[in-house]
Structures are given as C-alpha cells and as structure tokens.
Design a protein around this ligand. Sequence first.
Ligand SMILES: Nc1nc2c(ncn2[C@@H]2O[C@H](COP(=O)(O)OP(=O)(O)OP(=O)(O)O)[C@@H](O)[C@H]2O)c(=O)[nH]1
Ligand SMILES: [Mg+2]
Length: 481
Amino acid sequence: MSLLRENDTIAAIATPAGPGGIGIVRISGDMAPEMFHGLFRPSSRIMDRHPQSHRLYHGWFIDPETGEAVDEVLAVLMRAPASYTREHVLEIQCHSGPAILSRILEACLYSGARLADPGEFTRRAFLNGRIDLVQAEAVAEITSAKSHSAGRLALSQLQGRLSERVDEIRHALKDCLASLEVAIDYPDEDVDILDEYGTAQRLSNHVIKPIEAMISEFERTRIFRQGAGVLIAGRPNVGKSSLLNALLCEDRAIVSAIPGTTRDPVEAELHINGIAVKFTDTAGIRPDPDPVEAIGIGKVREMFAASDLVLWLLEAGVPVSDHDLEAASLIARSDRFHQTLIVFSKCDMQAGSCGPDDEITQRNLRVIREKFPEADVSSYVCISSVTGQGLPELEKAVADRIMQAAGSELPDTAINTRHRAVLSKVLDTARRALQSVTSEMSPEISAMELREALTDLSEVTGEGVTEEVLNHLFSSFCLGK
Ligand SMILES: Nc1nc2c(ncn2[C@@H]2O[C@H](COP(=O)(O)OP(=O)(O)OP(=O)(O)O)[C@@H](O)[C@H]2O)c(=O)[nH]1
Ligand SMILES: [Mg+2]
C-alpha cells in the first residue's frame, strides 16, 4: 500500500449488510473533523462549534449536494490519538438499511474520503502502533469466532497475553545474545554476566521450552478455536439421521424406514459447553452397497480420519449384524476406535432396559470386544431419537470426549497457523544456537544464530513482517473493520 493511500481519509459501512436496528458508517483520517461539521447538523448548538471528543451528539445527517436531511443520526468524533486507528475517527450511527447506509457512505466519498479496503481500519491501528500484529489478528478472530471458547481465546490475544509471552522469549534471547557479545568483545576477561552454562540454561528454559509449549498448545487448542468434528456412523437404518435431527431439534436430514436413505453427508453445528461441534450424518455402511451407496460409504471412509470423535450407532435390543461389523471394520481400518463412542439407538423399541442389566447389550459388547479388541466398550450411551431419552447424556459424553482430546482447560493464549510457522523457525534456530553454546563453538556462531532467531521472532508481533504478509492478512478481514 503506498504512503499516499495511507494518508487518505477512509470510510466504510461498519455494520453487516441487510436491515437491522442501527447501522454505522466509520470514517478515519485527517478529514474526519471537517466531515463532522460538513455532513452533520446537531440538534442542539455545539459550544464554539468545537465538538467534544468521544461524545455522542444527536442530529441529522445532511446530503452535501442538496443540503437535505438524509437520516436522524447519532455522531461521535474521536480525536487522534485516542481512537481505534489513532487517527481522527468519525462514526455515524443511523437507521440501518442498505439504502440509507449507502447514501451516507456516498456522501462521505463525495466529501473527499476514499472507500476503505477490507481490514484497513485495523491495518492503520497496527501501522500507527496502537496494536501489534498478533492483536490485529485477534480482531479478525473475534469477529469470526463461532463459539464462546474461540471468542475468549481471541479476546485474551487482543488483550496482549500472547504478545507478552512472545516478549518474554524476546527478552531471554536478548539476554543470551548480550552475554555472548560480552564474551566476543572481551574474550580474555572472566566476565560473569552469564557464563556458558547460564546461557544454555536460559536458552533452554526461557526460549526453547516456552516455544515448544506454545506449538504443542496449537494442536490442542484447535478444537477451541475451530470447533470439533463428530461423525455419526453405522449400518443403514440404525437411526443416524434421526439422531442428527433430534440433536438439532429440527428436520435437517431425510429419515425413512428404507435402508440406504442418506447418501451425501449432512452437516450441522451445535454448541456444547461453549465449543462449536459439527455433527455429520453419513451414509449407512454395509458390505454389499449399490453403486451410489458405495460412493457415499467411500466419503465416510475419508471423513473418519478428519473427525475428532465417531459416534458408532448400534440398535438397542438387536444382536449385532454383519452390517454393523462392516461399519466397525471401517472404523478399525481408519484407526479411529480410540476416538469412538458406542451409542445404542432406538431404546424406546426395546422391551427391557438398555444397559448393564440387559443381556443383548452385554452380548453385543462381548462380540465387539472379541472382534475389535481396540474398541472401548467400557462406556456407551443408550438413546432414543423419538422420546429424547439419553440425549443429554450423549451430549455430555461427547463434550467429555472432546475435552479429553483438547486437554481439559481452555488455555490462556493460543497461537494461529502463521504464528506456528514463525515460531517453528525460531525454535530450529534456537536449538542450533543451544547446540553451538554447549559444544563450546566460537561465540560468534551462537550470536549469529540468536540474532537470526530474534529477527524471525519479530515477525510474530509484526515488526519484521513484509508488506506481502500484511496484504494477505488484512485482505481476509471484513469491510469496515
Ligand atoms: N422407534 C424409533 N424409531 C427410530 C428411532 N430412530 C430412528 N428410527 C426409525 O428408524 C428408521 C431409520 O431411521 P434413519 O434415521 O433414517 O436411519 P439412518 O441410520 O439415517 O439410515 P440410512 O440413512 O439409511 O443409513 C426410520 O423409520 C426412523 O423413524 C428411534 O429412536 N426410535
Ligand atoms: Mg440416514
């Protein structure tokens, strides 16, 4: 982005498209105060024509060409540097509606503003030093967060927790570098700032281990950030689509008594314990499918690997069939049994109770254990999609299994894919530096590695980042953010 464009006053509609309660047009740049005077007529006199910063004024938005009122609005001027972008910012709150919002935006453009690029307000906040790149990314993550836990992680990132952790690593790297530089500058002195052992310890405990921890948290927090995938699988007619509908309390998937109803996977998202859980209803698995069913079953096989949990449905009170065992062998071949929960369906059809006292259930579990020793038959859930029996227990079991995989508590911070790539690079270099420090190679070599690690690390918070990375990052933002 050219410097010239960075000095433009920019404007955009900041609220989502479509009718709504209120809409906001946001303007940032030198011309914002002029626009407050030129486009807004306050309903009460403003002392000295000098509006207070951060105060909401009631009035009318005026079309600059015709002088007529466009809408009754509230206007707020936030003077630099105490604003989102650190520039003068004007926000106009109007009645929401595509026609009014675009008339107000057009009036701003007519008065000299330029239409903002996606994410340009946040980009300016970053370029003007109000937030670092990690926090700018948090803004995008907050606006797209699909669940409570994803939102909490993004907020902690916006509050600067992740940047603090990166800063601690940077300080440790600088300390190590400083002690090496002393050793380079005064090779004959016995300077006791940090000896080799101390440097190695600090590098290991305050650089390498924290980065390793952050990288391992990345995988663990994926479920909190992006949600979990749960596959509903089993033989035809066992009640998979009915279960999906019952969980959603709506008729999403087609249910019929004819085996082989579902062919294409049907997805739906539910929030369980603050985590976004995507359930996928799949084609029934059997050994002798027709050609179209076979395609559906092929898709299920591919989806096993990407799922966090498989719900394997078996019909309560009915001995396991070859079709059930075919489904089991697909789970086994995909190596998913460690993440599979057995669910007995249609409990309302069973004469007695489904559970430890029921002979058929116990026999079924025995057969499964014999044929698939890796299957976990110690816990299972009995449900009915017709009466709703067992559904709360199933949701709890799903949440428990997912949390187990995610590692119980929501961590304080979580890195994203870009951070992980940069941190992996820093980790490699830091490990090389540790190697050279401990093998008593010349301190120049270790110092060189540490300088490289410091440069790479600055990419996380944005100091060393290229224009190309910035363009890529901010282009994924929505307009007006
Ligand atoms: N009584 C009772 N019937 C059920 C229950 N769940 C499903 N059914 C019936 O079982 C039949 C099959 O249900 P579906 O949900 O279509 O089964 P499916 O596993 O999706 O079947 P495919 O798509 O063919 O693989 C339908 O007639 C449902 O009404 C249940 O909990 N209780
Ligand atoms: Mg179905």
